[in-house]
Design a protein. Structure first.
Length: 292
């Protein structure tokens, strides 16, 4: 397979030929930046870890050039940061035993381009479409559509566009939008997809800890990620004991690929409307009870 940017790369940790490595994929995680796969899609990593019948393909959309930096990396140019972050992402792929890692290497601004704005957008969607066609993943993880990072939301939209372009029989069975820059604890409990990621805490810590350039750059993603997973597990249910020590929440985006004509904005609005309804109904009930 040939990606459209000359600087793009498909890395296979165990050295299998690229086409074979992609073809064994069962789970795919498409993140905007280096480390997003490890933060949002640990369920997929866990499902495939030390398995010979399941394989994760990680996909990273952007080149990492605009990363925050400090201390050891303070004087790195954007080009040097691209190299550092690519190296870190490959380390994570090795530690997590990914089947393959596709580094598309697009500028963040290109990922945020409108759908009809130019060649970069067409190339990004075409790269994703080709990957989906060859890998044929059963499950795909990407960013949730209520995330506050624009590159994350743009990534999710391009993933949906690429999958929708496939024949129905070639589309993944499930598509999940996961937490990074906005968590999903606000969603109604009946809407949440809750992944139990209690296992292999050492692996979880190692995967996020690989990104030394981010941690030394003043962003403690390692502590925040593990803290969120523990908090999700503890606050998952108010009237029962914990059933897990770590949870990741996701928004089920599968209906958007099952019905290519379904409104994306309308679908997300359904989640926010149910959240508002839940809050208002509780307030109304308790105010009435207390005579307020």
């Amino acid at each position: 397979m040939r990606l459209r940017l000359e600087t793009a790369e498909i890395f296979v940790p165990d050295g299998l030929p690229v086409e074979q490595a992609l073809a064994r994929t069962t789970h795919m995680a498409v993140g905007a930046h280096q480390d997003d796969v490890e933060i949002m899609a640990f369920d997929g990593i866990l499902q495939c870890f030390q398995r010979n019948d399941r394989w994760l393909c990680g996909v990273v959309m952007t080149d990492g050039s605009g990363s925050p930096r400090d201390d050891l990396y303070r004087n790195c140019t954007d080009e040097e940061m691209r190299t550092v972050r690519r190296k870190e992402q490959k380390k994570a792929a090795v530690v997590g035993e990914y089947g393959a890692l596709a580094l598309l290497d697009y500028p963040s601004a290109a990922v945020k381009e409108p759908a009809d704005s130019g060649v970069f957008t067409r190339d990004i969607v075409a790269d994703l479409t080709d990957l989906f066609k060859i890998a044929r993943p059963e499950v795909v993880y990407t960013h949730n559509l209520a995330d506050k990072h624009e590159t994350h939301v743009a990534t999710a939209l391009k993933v949906i566009e690429a999958i929708r372009s496939l024949p129905a029989e070639e589309r993944p069975l499930r598509l999940y939008g996961c937490e990074v820059w906005r968590d999903l604890d606000w969603m109604a409990d009946t809407d949440k997809v809750a992944f139990d990621v209690s296992a292999h805490e050492n692996l979880q810590t190692a995967l996020v800890g690989v990104y030394d350039s981010q941690i030394c750059g003043g962003k403690r993603y390692d502590l925040a990620t593990m803290g969120r997973r523990r908090a999700n597990a503890t606050y998952y249910a108010s009237h029962s004991t914990d059933v897990a020590t770590g949870m990741i929440y996701a928004m089920d985006l599968t209906p958007l690929i099952e019905d290519p004509d379904k409104s994306i904005q309308g679908y997300v609005r359904e989640f926010t409307d149910r959240f508002v309804q839940d809050v208002m109904e509780r307030l109304t009930r308790l105010q009435a009870r207390h005579g307020a």
